[in-house]
Ligand binder design. Structure first.
Ligand code: E4P
Length: 218
């Protein structure tokens, strides 16, 4: 499974990229707003740090303007994945951008029918938002299971399922069990995956005992 980080905070991205475990980055207008920085500048910097796909979201709702925005974003770097919303105009834009060789991430997917449409439009990624479904009392992971089942029936669809709106490590694990291609998660969730109290306690005990031996390896 590929790990993307869901942030527009360049310092965080740099730090996580150094772990060697980061396969890509997703941003959205809210994350750009949170960064307080100009979007085009942020995307350019992130694309230079992470060689994998970096999602940059369009903000127009009509096809013509969305396409114009998508083409501008795609020019920033080869690894930009243009994000378009799961609307008729978004999917129309997706088809054109993909035909031009641009990666496209179809976002704001909340149903299996929508995911199927994104695959038919040739999307590189489709982003079902699991956390936001959980927030309204639905089962976000059930949607991932449905989409994976459908996509398996049609190997000709190359669209990767990018599990988004991830809130905790369990979302990541469940997505991995279902065979989802990518999980995008906030930096805190990615860091949390390393954590286990027995790892911390075990390491401390080993180091304490090692110190008592008075030895050194180097
Ligand atoms: C990523 O592509 C999505 O925009 C993001 O995961 C949404 O997450 P949220 O529901 O926490 O805002």
């Amino acid at each position: 499974m590929k790990f993307f980080v869901d942030t527009a905070d360049v310092a965080e991205i740099k730090d996580l990229a150094a772990s060697g475990l980061l396969d890509g980055v997703t941003t959205n207008p809210s994350l750009i707003m949170k960064s307080g920085r100009p979007m085009l500048e942020v995307i350019k910097e992130v694309c230079a740090i992470v060689p994998g796909p970096v999602s940059a979201e369009t903000v127009s709702t009509d096809h013509k303007k969305m396409l114009e925005e998508g083409r501008k974003l795609a020019k920033i770097a080869k690894n930009v994945a243009v994000k378009v919303p799961l609307t008729p105009d978004g999917l129309k834009t997706c088809k054109v951008l993909v035909s031009e060789g641009t990666m496209v991430n179809v976002t704001l997917c909340f149903s299996a029918a929508q995911a199927l449409l994104a695959a038919k439009a040739g999307a590189t990624f489709v982003s079902p938002f699991v956390g936001r479904l959980d927030d309204i009392g639905q089962d976000g992971m059930y949607l991932i299971a449905e989409i994976m089942t459908i996509f398996r029936q049609y190997p000709e669809y190359k669209t990767q399922v990018l599990v988004a709106s991830v809130r905790h490590g369990q979302h990541v694990l469940q997505a991995a069990k279902l065979g989802a291609h990518v999980s995008t998660m906030p930096p805190s969730v990615l860091r949390g995956l390393f954590k286990h109290v027995l790892t911390d306690n075990g390491l401390k005990a080993f180091l304490d005992d090692w110190a008592k031996t008075g030895q050194s390896i180097l």
